[in-house]
Design a protein around this ligand. Sequence first.
Ligand code: ATP
Ligand code: MG
Length: 335
Amino acid sequence: MMTTAVSSPSSSPLIEVRGLKKYFGSNERPVRAVDDVSFAIQPGETLGLVGESGSGKSTIGRTVLRLVERTEGQVLYRGDDIGGLSGERMRKLRSKLQIIFQDPYASLNPKMRISAILGEALSTHGLHKGAAARDKRIAELLETVGLRPEHASRFPHEFSGGQRQRIGVARALAVEPEFIVADEPLSALDVSIQSQVINLLADLRERLGLTMLFISHDLDVVEYLCDRVVVLYLGKVMEVATTEELFANPSHPYTQALLAASPKPDPEMATERIALKGDIPSPISPPSGCVFRTRCPHAIEACAQTVPTLDELSPGHYSACIRKELLSNTAVARP
Ligand SMILES: Nc1ncnc2c1ncn2[C@@H]1O[C@H](COP(=O)(O)OP(=O)(O)OP(=O)(O)O)[C@@H](O)[C@H]1O
Ligand SMILES: [Mg+2]
């Protein structure tokens, strides 16, 4: 964990998600990608969102930014529901909320020079008008992400993967956002350059005071970068805690399984995916009761009947499991 400062729960959040649902497909048999998720992110905080493939991480990130319309629930930005904003007001807000995508190859237009890619972001939001002001800002942005001003005249294919991801970061920063969703910004990169991008994000956060939702499979990176963590399974929140607490004291059986399966800090292993027994069930027909019960080593009959609520175990530490006797705060060592 980079910073020890965890915003006090009493300060008002920059982003708050309440009862968020996103169902895809038909009304009869919807894909329940996100199913009643709530959390808040304090100004300056980096919140990690972890969970296996298909658990709904990207859908949450996109729904929060209104790149995808929600099915139900609210997303509040400084207390205002962004779902109700008209086109014009949403357009103004867009610049405050940015996303960094997983794939630095696919997310940059190969036919555009870097100056045009960054210039487009600036002009969309009416920032730094006039060629001279624009070029100055582009040079500044490239320097901010550790590239050189002369890189502006190049095309995306002339850069390495890590450099391309830096350009993706520069594009997100172009509009001076307050909040960034980083959706697996490292997973397309070589392990050798992942740490450069991690350090860049950590540095920008410190310097610019950015608030971040950091989506990742990689628990080591989450432990390093995030202040708090939300653990997601099949569209539902299983556990929420500060990073320190979650890694020292994972309470939910799913979190325990994730940590047990997490690769050691060995660079050879760093991109290996989480290995839990069996597959995640289909979000079209999730298990009754607790959605994790079909893979849970501690499941009992009652788990099929009761949907567990997210209960506070200790200040700021929440877990959704009915087997409270398992949730004693005894430390579980990471193997
Ligand atoms: N546009 C869509 N139409 C239908 N189903 C979708 C759509 N987008 C996502 N889904 C489904 O929603 C569920 C959650 O997907 P999502 O991409 O949010 O998961 P994720 O946690 O980001 O996974 P990964 O780690 O693989 O990126 C999956 O079952 C996925 O198949
Ligand atoms: Mg995803």
